[in-house]
Design a protein around this ligand. Structure first.
Ligand code: SAM
Length: 297
């Protein structure tokens, strides 16, 4: 059975049972949030979220290639005045399934409007949790390089003595740096904080993320021709991003209206020309947590 380049109607947990082991390069998804928007697509109670999710992550683990990555866009909601722990609990249980909790990215929503709440400020960011099956995962860092900012240019013009040697992180993160390595460079690697506006256009789905978000992760963790899965595809944004970047895709949604919407959205889409940064991307697989270059793609 050819399983790629399709939007499939069904429960991802069941649909994926027909997929072979180790066939997906990237899983990128935003699952239904606990108990939110229950009128729209059936919320799951926060206390039951982890038990609902774990059989699905077990399938994700089986279908993901050992070099693949699973990115989970999720945020814990406030229940009874405090943040619920279902995301932390999920990370913990996923680790028991064999997942490595490799990294977390923050999506800073650039275009939030102001608001006032009695005991907290506007929620202006979401987490994207990176899970892997193995420390040796595919990563194409050059594909997401960014122009060096004017602040960094000024900072690089006035270097101190410690900037010229490798300075171990004071916070003990293990991220030592030698700032002088970056003098004269136009393009630098981004941080794990992603600044992107939220999707404002009405896509007839209440929880659409911007196209730029899956695009960024698809460029970082896959190469053209790889397979990207979104098991909760909604309006089809991840599939659209995959097509535009010349990757294969699989989208699954339990709601037939969203499946129709996704299929409509991707109908006219085509691969676009790769950017210079994407063309320069090298095939890099981490070896025991360290990067190893294995030639240009
Ligand atoms: C947060 S939305 C995804 C939105 C999507 N990222 C977009 O840009 O449109 C979550 C989606 O998961 C779907 N869903 C809920 N339970 C599911 C299940 N068990 N299997 C597949 N899809 C499911 C819902 O119908 C909903 O469209």
């Amino acid at each position: 059975m050819k399983f790629t380049d399709k939007i499939i109607l069904g429960d991802c947990e069941k649909v994926l049972q027909d997929f072979p082991d180790n066939c997906i390069d990237l899983i990128f998804t935003s699952p239904p949030y606990a108990d939110q928007r229950s009128k729209t697509y059936g919320g799951i109670k926060p206390d039951h979220y982890v038990e609902w999710f774990l059989p699905k992550t077990a399938q994700f683990f089986r279908v993901l290639k050992p070099t693949g990555t699973f990115i989970l866009n999720i945020k814990e909601r406030v229940v009874d005045g405090e943040r619920h722990t279902y995301v932390i609990d999920l990370i913990s249980k996923a680790r028991e399934q064999g997942w490595l909790w490799t990294e977390e990215f923050i999506w800073h929503k650039k275009n939030s409007y102001p608001g006032k709440w009695p005991n907290r400020f506007r929620d202006n960011w979401e987490r994207l949790i990176q899970f892997n099956k193995d420390k040796n995962f595919a990563m194409y860092q050059e594909a997401v390089m960014v122009p060096v900012g004017s602040w960094a240019k000024e900072r690089l013009a006035k270097l101190s003595e410690t900037d010229k040697i490798r300075d171990e992180s004071r916070a003990g993160s293990g991220f030592g740096k030698n700032v002088s390595n970056w003098i004269g460079r136009d393009m630098v690697y981004p941080t794990n904080v992603i600044h992107m506006a939220t999707e404002t256009g009405n896509k007839n789905h209440s929880a659409v993320f911007p196209l730029d978000l899956p695009e960024w992760f698809i460029k970082l963790f896959t190469k053209p021709g790889d397979v990207v899965l979104d098991p909760f595809v909604g309006s089809g944004t991840t599939a659209l991003a995959a097509i535009e970047l010349g990757r294969n895709f699989v989208g699954i949604d339990i709601n037939s209206e969203y499946v129709t919407l996704s299929r409509e959205r991707i109908k006219e889409s085509q691969p676009r020309l790769p950017s210079i940064a994407e063309k320069k991307a090298k095939y890099i697989v981490t070896k025991n947590g360290k990067h190893r270059k294995t030639g240009k793609k």
